[in-house]
Write a protein that binds this ligand. Structure first.
Ligand code: HEM
Length: 321
């Protein structure tokens, strides 16, 4: 069950962040007529709708999985956790707006739906089980928004530039890549500050970075993020200055951007594992004080089931306290 929940969480992040990021890209970066057309194509609209539907399905599946963990298969409806229900309602409503509003062709209402859905994950997990809660919530929403822009915005920008290049409208491609590059730099800074703050608030002690599964997963995530930042920095400092020239290195630029996008999708998969692990040390020995539960059970048990928090308490939805 734990692996299924981690996979579902990763899938939810992929679908939510890419949907919101693509639409943010449409509104902020791909504003010109040709660029907007590239992101508003029938195929792009269809993909946005599929992604939004996947986000809604995964949030419902996560709610049901947590409820089964709390109350068992036969009485799972009694185990539904309010925070997870609220998250599923937000993601479901947001996804419905994206599907009905018509994808990137009507970016303003569609983006509103995508941003509503993006709030869902902030209602569950460590963002509500760790204090101070208002600060954690604001920081988490900022982290989700910046992560969405970098990941989905990058995918959208690659699609727009590839389309503009094949149509021979290189001037607009130059404008789009410059706009994206500046906004992505801000996103990376927001991610680093918000992610660093969440780390400080969640961790009991710096040593837990290496002694807990949560800490090791975070270090893995940071290594992948580091490589992606390195690729982005290479593009920005080496290739971007040359794009206005006659023999602009478009192919190399696009190749590096595609690799960066794959790494960011990997970051989201690792995050799906991270948020379901416990940042707390397991007690030493082979059994807990009551001698009934195996050590490390808190690592994978839902908060409500492990007795750390109850269904009425925040933080229960994910698989770890
Ligand atoms: C720059 C360095 C980064 C740091 C230090 C960092 C750190 C963190 C931490 C500590 C959490 C909370 C984990 C938990 O609740 O157990 C988190 C969550 C998350 N991070 Fe990052 N992160 C970084 C970059 C990124 C990037 C680049 C992305 C996107 C590609 C990303 C996407 C996410 C997502 C989707 C969540 C889950 C938020 C939620 O469910 O509320 N992070 N990050």
């Amino acid at each position: 069950m734990a692996i299924a929940v981690q996979a579902l969480t990763g899938l939810q992040y992929l679908s939510l962040l890419v949907t919101a990021g693509l639409l943010l890209c449409r509104v902020t970066v791909a504003r010109g007529r040709d660029a907007a057309q590239a992101l508003g194509s029938v195929a792009a609209v269809r993909r946005t709708r599929v992604l939004a539907s996947a986000a809604a399905l995964t949030s419902v599946a996560l709610m049901v999985a947590a409820a089964i963990d709390v109350a068992g298969w036969s009485r799972w409806t009694a185990g539904i956790i309010p925070q997870q229900l609220a998250a599923a309602v937000l993601v479901g409503t947001g996804s419905l707006i994206v599907v009905v509003a018509g994808g990137a062709r009507r970016p303003v209402p569609t983006l509103a739906g995508a941003l509503l859905g993006l709030l869902g994950p902030a209602l569950t997990g460590h963002s509500v089980s760790v204090g101070p809660r208002p600060l954690m919530l604001v920081v988490d929403v900022g982290h989700l928004l910046a992560g969405a822009f970098w990941t989905g915005g990058l995918i959208g920008t690659v699609a727009v530039i590839a389309a503009l290049r094949s149509d021979g409208t290189a001037e607009e491609a130059v404008v789009v890549i410059r706009r994206f590059s500046s906004a992505a730099l801000v996103s990376v800074l927001v991610l680093a500050v918000s992610g660093g703050l969440m780390t400080v608030l969640i961790l009991d002690a710096p040593a837990a970075l290496v002694t807990t599964g949560w800490g090791r997963a975070l270090l893995l995530k940071l290594s992948v993020v580091g490589v992606a930042v390195g690729l982005a920095a290479w593009n920005r400092t080496r290739l971007l200055p040359a794009i206005a020239t006659a023999d602009a290195p478009w192919e190399r630029l696009l190749r590096i951007m595609r690799r960066e996008a794959v790494l960011l999708l990997g970051v989201l998969v690792v995050t799906g594992v991270l948020v379901n692990l416990s940042p707390h040390e397991s007690p030493p020995g082979g059994a807990l004080g009551n001698g009934q539960s195996p050590v490390g059970a808190q690592e994978t048990m839902p908060i409500a089931a492990s007795g750390v928090g109850g269904p009425g308490e925040p933080g229960a939805p994910r698989m770890a306290p």
